[in-house]
Ligand binder design. Structure first.
Ligand code: KG4
Ligand code: ZN
Length: 340
């Protein structure tokens, strides 16, 4: 297409991402992750993340421009995540994006990180049907959103986790089970040899009267810890595969049940699932089955677009530019605890 060329920058957590989008088409997609540097701490360390962004910013942007075969001067806009996220990490991306926009003489757009996650799917499957329900499940988020028009209307936040994110639950439970970090993929692998019915872990906030769209995962982690402790006290070997399979089943059940309840309540025919936990084989299988039964179309972008990246921020920037949205002033600041 001949539309504006938009560079997107993401730096809210441990991924430094740069992506380039034109007319909804992906031209470049580069991500550098500092995940390995956090592994031995069992979670993202904000200081380490910020320093890694500083080191990765220029090379990642350079690679994205190379991938698209573009020079900085050919960009028409720069979009950047302003929040929510880690403040030191966000600062680095915003400062870098401002410099690029200033140097290229193009407008800068501030993007909400979750709007980016929602838009990621458009790069694979085209424009989002309106309305749609979006489930964002990663190490940092567990959010259920109702999206009508990504750029013209605020996203309706149906529910969130009250404590741990779904991915965080996998990561913490993996530690208890003696599996490596990040725990999600390790639990997914271990679960292949397990029986999901070997243990009945709780389904938090699924009773009548509970908030239908809120999540809670810290109790599930505690249940896994108690189950592991019981085995240890008995001097028995921990049936890790069974524990992993049962945990995965509980998380997949709760996530898909609530997402489909939202689709039913709002008469929505399309469910989009994004975030690292969308990679989970059981989450995918159960959600697919329940969507098919309910006549709901399920859209899951490929994993490289599901996890944090700059292309998804460019995708929102592209929509904003084409909608004639107001750019951000060059003194725009980060909003680490941005609401929706
Ligand atoms: O989206 P993401 O890469 O980064 C953010 O958290 O923003 O998500 C990472 C999370 C981690 O908690 C990881 O354990 C989880 O996604 N994850 C999985 C799987 N692959 C990644 N959880 C369950 N099953 C998986 N196959
Ligand atoms: Zn994210």
């Amino acid at each position: 297409g001949g539309g504006p060329i938009v560079l997107g920058i993401e730096s809210s957590c441990d991924e430094t991402g740069a992506g380039i989008v034109r007319d909804g088409q992906l031209l470049a997609h580069v991500v550098a992750s500092s995940m390995d540097e956090h592994a031995r701490f069992g979670g993202v360390v904000p200081e380490i993340a910020a320093r890694a962004h500083l080191q990765s910013f220029n090379p990642v942007v350079r690679q994205a421009l190379d991938q698209a075969g573009l020079r900085l001067g050919q960009l028409d806009a720069v979009a950047v995540t302003t929040g929510p996220g880690l403040s030191g990490a966000l600062q680095v991306g915003l400062a870098g994006a401002k410099s690029l926009a200033y140097a290229a003489g193009v407008p800068l757009y501030g993007v909400h990180h979750l709007a980016g996650h929602v838009a990621a799917d458009t790069l694979e499957h085209g424009p989002l049907p309106a309305p749609c329900v979006v489930l964002i499940v990663s190490g940092g988020h567990t959010s259920l959103l109702l999206v009508r028009d990504l750029v013209r209307e605020p996203i309706a936040h149906l529910g969130d986790t009250l404590d741990d994110a779904a991915g965080e639950c996998f990561d913490k439970a993996a530690r208890i089970l003696g599996l490596p970090y990040p725990g999600g993929p390790a639990i997914d692998r271990a679960a292949r040899d397990g029986d999901p019915r070997a243990v009945e872990f709780p389904r938090p906030l699924t009773r009548a009267g509970d908030d239908p769209y809120a999540f809670s995962f810290s109790g599930l982690k505690t249940a896994v810890a108690r189950w592991a402790e019981k085995h240890r006290l008995q001097g028995a070997d921990l049936p890790v595969a069974d524990g992993a399979a049962a945990l995965q089943e509980a998380v997949a059940d709760v996530l898909s049940r609530k997402a489909l309840a939202a689709c039913a309540a709002y008469g929505v025919r399309t469910l989009v699932v994004v975030g690292g936990v969308a990679a989970n084989s059981r989450v995918r299988a159960l959600t697919e089955r329940r969507c098919a039964a309910a006549g709901v179309e399920l859209r899951v972008p490929p994993m490289t677009l599901c996890t944090d990246n700059g292309a998804m921020i460019a995708a929102v920037g592209d929509l904003l530019v084409r909608a004639g949205a107001e750019p951000a002033p060059l003194d725009v600041s980060i909003d680490p605890s941005a609401p929706l």
